[in-house]
Design a protein around this ligand. Structure first.
Ligand SMILES: NC(=O)c1ccc[n+]([C@@H]2O[C@H](COP(=O)([O-])OP(=O)(O)OC[C@H]3O[C@@H](n4cnc5c(N)ncnc54)[C@H](O)[C@@H]3O)[C@@H](O)[C@H]2O)c1
Length: 317
């Protein structure tokens, strides 16, 4: 049985990825400092004898070294990060620590302990607002926030280690991930978790702009599967890969689906578009399909229904 380290395990993507790895008969050590994650997200994982939960900072090299010494990791999924773009503007030094320095530290531990595979959570944010569509990995990235800059810098570091030392660094550029357990508490959280939370409470939702802006929404279940494939497939080529569906969905299309799910009331406010908001975002999924045979399988309308149902189940208590 192979053992994997997952950082950011108590987060939205982390907790689903841990469950996916356990379902593949892997042993998982899940690290999180609970900065934005929640221990309740690991309720299912913690019932497994093959899961071990560790409260620690992924950037604390001494603490992480102990784990690398104790376990012979077959691979690491590094998700722990400062995840809020606005927070990265307010706290650039913290952004540097959490999004770049921690990734570098984890990568060097992988090299030291001969853990060859490192899957890194990058972001579509590296493309910037003016990139040609669909976003292709060959495009020159134009990060427009400290968050995107640190994600891109971390990719460059890891791919430098891949070229220098043979680290199998797989940098996954997630597009807009949605699904159960995405925290609606932050105003900067995923738009679908905010919409779902407000509509369930009968509150109006605000659309900035005309609602015709599009996003490549991908279900967290598909993302967890991509992470599992990237960690466990025998052969991978180090590189940067979009994790996307290839489909752009407008917010007005999203609202039409909500209309079916919440037929009684659907108060919508249209507000002035926010400066700096990206108009369209859509990834080309081909490179990842070539690498892993991966393609997203959850149709958006189904995934959104699951989000609404998952939300109601997880918030019933
Ligand atoms: N959700 C998306 O749409 C999306 C899109 C692109 C990229 N990403 C990336 O995916 C990763 C996971 O994001 P998420 O949406 O699940 O967010 P999340 O906030 O739910 O998960 C991040 C987890 O990392 C933990 N964490 C943060 N810093 C840590 C540290 N130093 N040590 C240990 N744990 C730490 C947090 O407590 C949290 O549990 C992040 O790297 C994020 O940048 C997410």
């Amino acid at each position: 049985m192979q053992t994997f380290l997952v950082t950011g395990a108590a987060g939205f993507i982390g907790s689903h990825s841990v469950e996916g790895l356990l379902a593949r008969d892997c042993r998982v050590i899940g690290v999180d400092n609970l900065r934005t994650g929640h221990l309740e997200n690991l309720e299912i994982a913690r019932t497994s004898p093959h899961f071990m939960w560790v409260l620690a900072d992924a950037g604390d090299e001494a603490a992480m070294r102990v784990l690398f010494e104790q376990h012979r990791f077959a691979g690491v999924l590094h998700l722990a990060a400062l995840v809020s773009v606005p927070e990265s503007f307010r706290e650039p030094a913290l952004n540097y620590q959490l999004n770049l320095a921690a990734a570098d530290s984890i990568a060097r531990l992988c090299l030291e302990f001969e853990c060859r595979r490192l899957v890194f959570a990058s972001s579509a944010a590296v493309y910037g607002a003016d990139a040609a569509l669909p976003n292709r990995e060959s495009a020159i990235p134009q990060p427009q926030s400290p968050y995107a800059a640190a994600k891109l810098a971390a990719e460059v570091m890891l791919l430098g280690y891949a070229a220098s030392y043979g680290l199998e660094a797989v940098c996954l550029r997630y597009f807009n991930v949605y699904g159960p357990r995405q925290d609606p508490g932050s105003p900067y959280s995923g738009v679908l978790s905010i919409f779902t939370d407000r509509l369930r409470n009968g509150l109006p939702v605000t659309v900035y702009g005309d609602g015709e802006q599009t996003r490549d929404f991908i279900s967290v279940r598909d993302v967890a599967r991509a992470n599992g494939e990237a960690l466990t497939q025998a052969q991978v080529a180090a590189g940067r890969y979009n994790v996307s569906t290839g489909q752009g969905i407008s917010l007005n299309e999203v609202l039409a689906i909500y209309q079916e799910l919440f037929p009684n009331t659907l108060p919508i406010n249209y507000a002035v578009a926010r400066i700096g908001d990206i108009r369209h975002s859509r990834g080309d999924p081909e490179q990842l399909r070539n690498l892993l045979g991966f393609s997203a399988q959850t149709p958006f309308a189904q995934g959104l229904r699951e989000l609404v149902l998952g939300y109601s189940e997880e918030n019933r208590a």
